[in-house]
Ligand binder design. Sequence first.
Ligand SMILES: [Zn+2]
Length: 84
Amino acid sequence: MNCAACHNEMVKKKGSIDLRTGGKLYIVKNVSYEECTICGEKVLSPEVSQDLFDKIRKKQFVEETFKVPVLDCANPSAWKQALQ
Ligand SMILES: [Zn+2]
């Protein structure tokens, strides 16, 4: 399979990926995917994504709470202060 963004050949990998759907962010662990070695684009096979969407629909996931660092670039002066 080739990358949709840069048409480079992708390699099969297994690990964790971010999945954003329905306004929610899911962390998918131990999943097989293909990754572009040039731009880092990650793609799930149709079978895997179908399986994931089924799991989401049936709520077959655990909810974990963890802190996510959020960077807001709307206020440049705050950046300047933080970097001083
Ligand atoms: Zn690529």
